[in-house]
Design a protein around this ligand. Sequence first.
Ligand code: IMP
Ligand code: MG
Length: 179
Amino acid sequence: MEYNVPIKRVLISQEQIQKRAAELGEQISKDYAGKAPVIVGILRGSILFFADLVRNIKIDCSFDFMSLSSYNGGTSSSGKVRLNLDLREDIKGKDVIIVEDIVDTGLTANYLFNLLNTRQPSSIALCTMLDKPSNREIPFKPTYTAFTIENEFVIGYGLDYNEIYRNLPFIGVFDESKK
Ligand code: IMP
Ligand code: MG
C-alpha cells in the first residue's frame, strides 16, 4: 500500500533517529547514574521519540506526561502556550527530564521550565528530538538534542500538520503545495 505524503524530501530517517535516541539514552544513563529520574513526555508530538529514548535508558526511571499546545493548527506558533494536561505525580525533590519533539520559538520550553521549577524539583533537563534555534523568540538551550535543523516546517515521527502525519516513520520537510 502506498501513502502519499506532502513532503519536499525526507530530512531524517527512522534509523538516524533511533541511532541518536540510543546515544542520548546512553548519555542520560551515565549522567543520572544512581538517580531515578522522572521522564516527562510532552504530548502528543514526543511519543515516538520518547519510546525510542526510554528503551535506551538503563537506570531506574518513571514516566509521566503533560499536554501543551502553542500551535492552533497550521505552520506557525500562536505565541501563547496552553496547558491541556498536567503531571500526575508530585516532582518535589525529583530529577525531571522533559522529552520534547521540537524546540522552535522556545516559548513552550520556557513555560515548562518556569512552571515545573515552582514545584521544587531537584533538577530539570530537557531532551529534544529536534532543535530549530534560528526561530527562537526566547533564548533556550536544550540539555540534550538529537538533531539541529534549519527553519523549515517538518512533519512525521510525532510532528503534525493540523494533527495529521504524526504516524510517519521519518521526518520530512512539509510541502504545502502538495497537500
Ligand atoms: P515552541 O513553543 O515554538 O518552541 O514550539 C514547540 C511546539 O511547536 C512543538 O512541540 C510542536 O508541537 C510545534 N512545532 C514547532 N515547529 C514545528 C514543525 O516544524 N513541525 C511541527 N510542529 C512544530
Ligand atoms: Mg504540534
